[in-house]
Design a protein around this ligand. Structure first.
Ligand code: ARG
Length: 457
């Protein structure tokens, strides 16, 4: 492609360090779409004849069919996807192929391809996130009344409903989808026609190619267009945050499915056995989902470091943007699918959750609140009194609702039998009706709101 100035071909090591075809071949669809848009624009603006355009477009469509049919021979000597496609086009249609690269460079070409690829990935991830959210909403409706211990410090804190816990992740995923949508908006400008770095002297129409490729507009500065990868960084950072959410959720599944917790049972489809211990049902899918954040955050960090300190405009360093980004977006996509699968056929052990919620004095706050409400005691004092009540129950080795009214009165005379109404975990969750609180009615209302937002029904 640049033989004119060179007297020898590249060293084998040069070829190995330089070639990107091993990983950038997955950009073939975007690369061909970009070239077709470019060829049509060149003809429209009179830079290319109609006959050449038709030969180029038909040839590119055939290259696409060859790649999709697995009949294409990718060559490392041709470095990357752009040269592989163009070289095959030349074999097919001859000299006209050489006119396709007019008013274009691989620098704006790769920037365009990569933006298109990341945009497609965002769209897939958005659908996957919505699918997982819907699954969670469905399960939350079923489990709106299921009581489980709510934790702080992984210590029993206050009873909550399992539906409420699931809906917490629906909120997080909603923000993840919002971040990706936001990244997509800023990403959606076309670098094509920025050429190597300075633009071109040909009378091209960048608005035409931008529109043909579904971009909102062409990028406004050619140097910026070929030399920034902030669109990938932004997407990776949104992906990393989403992966952190999935990782926390996965960790909870690992804990909940242990014999010691026994809150949930993952289906056979999403569990694995042990080759030595016959009793084992391992939550491997949850563990791997928990781990994927490693490579996703790694990709974000890696690209950030690659970009740091690069002078404008393009440098070959930037070829390192793709492998890690592909890997990270694949990992997030797989994690979302795994989480959707696990949640979809999870068995919930309601009795066990209820029993766990009833132990650990989890309604102590309800007693303190009762003292404030019914006996007009300041909260700080109520807290102290309740602490003595808990200590008494602990000494007697019973739950709070096992205490008699006489027991209560030994701690504070102002307590009367109405206290018994607030001691159950049911009354505790039912009373948490404040906006955003755990009460079953709230859960159902939030689930209905999300269902409408996600499905338009
Ligand atoms: N394979 C290259 C990349 O991914 C394409 C751009 C090459 N540009 C250049 N000036 N060598 O970045």
């Amino acid at each position: 492609m640049w033989g004119g100035r060179f007297s020898s071909g590249p060293d084998a090591i040069m070829e190995e360090i330089n070639a990107s075809i091993g990983f950038d071949q997955r950009l073939y669809r975007q690369d061909i779409a970009g070239s077709i848009a470019h060829a049509r624009m060149l003809a429209q603006t009179g830079i290319l004849t109609q006959a050449d355009r038709d030969a180029i477009v038909a040839g590119l469509e055939q290259v696409l069919a060859e790649i999709e049919g697995g009949k294409f021979n990718f060559s490392r000597a041709l470095e990357d996807i752009h040269m592989n496609v163009e070289s095959r086009l030349k074999e097919m249609i001859g000299d006209a192929a050489g006119r396709l690269h007019t008013a274009r460079s691989r620098n704006d070409q790769v920037a365009t391809d990569f933006r298109l690829y990341v945009r497609d990935s965002i769209d897939t991830l958005a659908t996957q996130i919505a699918t997982l959210q819907l699954e969670l909403v469905k399960r939350a409706e079923e489990e709106a009344e299921t009581i489980m211990p709510g934790f702080t410090h992984l210590q029993s804190a206050q009873p909550v409903t399992f539906g409420h816990h699931l809906m917490a992740y629906v909120e997080m995923l909603g923000r993840d989808a919002g971040r990706l949508a936001d990244a997509r908006k800023r990403l959606n400008e076309s670098p094509l026609g920025s050429a190597a770095l300075a633009g071109t002297s040909f009378p091209i129409d960048r608005h035409m190619t931008a529109e043909a490729l579904g971009f909102d507009r062409p990028t406004a500065n050619s140097l910026d267009a070929v030399s920034d990868r902030d669109f990938a960084l932004e997407t990776l950072s949104a992906a990393a945050i989403c992966a952190v959410h999935l990782s926390r959720f996965a960790e909870e599944l690992v804990i909940w499915s242990s014999a010691q917790f026994n809150f949930v049972r993952l289906s056979d489809k999403f569990s694995t056995g042990s080759s030595i211990m016959p009793q084992k049902r391992n939550p491997d899918a949850a563990e791997l989902t928990r781990a994927k954040i490693g490579r996703i955050l790694g990709a974000f960090t890696s690209l950030l470091v690659v970009m740091k300190g690069l002078p404008l405009a393009y440098s070959k360093d930037m070829q390192e943007d793709k492998e890690v980004t592909f890997d990270a977006l694949d990992a997030l996509s797989l994690s979302l699918a795994a989480m959707t699968g696990m949640i979809g056929d999870l068995t919930v052990n309601r009795q066990r959750m209820h029993d766990a919620a009833s132990s650990g004095f989890s309604t102590a706050t309800d007693i303190a609140d009762w003292l404030v409400r019914e006996a007009n005691i300041p909260f700080r004092d109520a807290h102290h009194i309740t602490g003595q009540i808990v200590a008494l129950a602990e000494r007697k080795g019973i739950a709070l609702d096992g205490l008699t009214i006489e027991d209560f009165k030994t701690i504070d005379e102002r307590i009367d039998s109405r206290i018994h109404k607030v001691l159950s975990v049911e009354s505790s969750v039912r009373s948490r009706k404040s906006y955003g609180g755990t009460a079953p009615d709230n859960v159902l209302a939030q689930a209905a709101r999300w269902k409408e937002a996600l499905t338009g029904e």
